[in-house]
Design a protein around this ligand. Sequence first.
Ligand code: ZN
Length: 305
Amino acid sequence: MSDNERAPRASYDLHLHTCWSYDAMATVEELFEAAAAHGVRRIAITDHHIIDGLDEAVAAAARYPDVTLVRGAELTVTTSVGAMDMVCLGFTPDAIEALAPVWDAYHEWQRECGATTAAGVRALGFDYTDEQLAELLASYRPARTIAVQGMTHVANKMQRAWFIERGFIASDEEYGPLLAAAGEHMPRPPYPAAEFVLPAVKRAGALVAIAHPTGYFLRDDRERMELLREELLLDGVECAHRRKVPAELTPVYRAWCEEHGLLSTGGSDLHWHEDVPDGIGAHIGPEEWWGEIEARLPAGSMVNG
Ligand SMILES: [Zn+2]
């Protein structure tokens, strides 16, 4: 795409994954390089469920002094109405230490999820051993991430392709039903509870925003939005998202944020190498949102800030 055809690019991108997420392969270096090249001056690394990649991010930030790093994580929690992704922003080194029980719970959850998925598929009569799970993870995950996180669940993209290759399923469409059937035999462990994770994150000083809320909010169902605002102790809402928030809902969510004194965030949710150059900063959140967020981020939670 040429420059005038592509999506607008904001000066900040507060939702980014690296290869430290079980389902992502982008590197911190790629994200910083793209941010610097395209004038995205603030980025948050928000890997799934963990902060294991933040040391690499801090090291990369030293090579890109014009790009501010916000330490974050995307934590999926069990709520009264299902599992929901929370973009948590602004972890200081002290906060990261204080939250050790939370990181332990997610590391444990990821390993249980990987093991129960393989066991459930085996229970359907397919050959999916723990050794094969290990090989599949090693086929796309860097060894250093496996050394820290162990045998996690597998990115759907890779697991689906492997199921097809092995003849477990004939097409992409059969993947979801196969996993659902496996889950009947071996139910996936529930994500850590919102009431365990979120109060701890807030006590540690970080900000809690609900990620790409369109599904969670039933588009813009006020009753649901109010329920989640209270239950999830929201500081903010990801009102702009590269793919999962329709442009017409961004002003609706923003108005609701203003009504309740909530922050509005925006992010691209990048996972894969090939999406990074066009995707970095590709959301419609305006500049003023960053200023509001920056004012609320705890001292010491940013690098180059
Ligand atoms: Zn994400």
